[in-house]
Design a protein around this ligand. Sequence first.
Ligand SMILES: Nc1nc2c([nH]c(=O)n2[C@H]2C[C@H](O)[C@@H](COP(=O)(O)OP(=O)(O)OP(=O)(O)O)O2)c(=O)[nH]1
Length: 131
Amino acid sequence: MKKNVHVVGAIIENERQEIFCALRSPDMTLANYWEFPGGKIEVGETPEQALTREITEEFNCSIKVGEKVEDTTYEYEKFIVRLETYKARLLKGIPVAIEHAETRWVPRKELFELNFAPADIPAVEKIMNEK
Ligand SMILES: Nc1nc2c([nH]c(=O)n2[C@H]2C[C@H](O)[C@@H](COP(=O)(O)OP(=O)(O)OP(=O)(O)O)O2)c(=O)[nH]1
């Protein structure tokens, strides 16, 4: 049976309507896909707690988590991901990649130009079609 993972991703937007996107490294699972930064929810954590923890660990900055955007389940070849995405704002610090290959602030309407992980597509489409 395939493993199920429950993951949260942050859609961090700045005042110029750009979204913070991260490219997974060649040595990560789902290598070379762009994603919304985040990670797996650990036992006893709320999605918001998991998200703030992951962003601190992986990008050395703090965020304030806002409204939920999407809740999507996607079956990959080897595992099944439930990805919950939340809007977020930077609170303190500038995000720097600790594990990721690259990061980019991308104008909201240009998100489709990045090769996002398949589970992220519904959230990408929703964000791009806002206002
Ligand atoms: N963080 C994040 N993960 C995503 C997104 N979309 C998506 O399919 N995923 C997948 C990639 C990973 O398999 C999993 C997230 O786990 P993770 O961020 O802790 O990944 P990881 O490399 O530490 O996992 P692992 O190799 O230690 O098992 O969810 C996304 O937008 N953000």
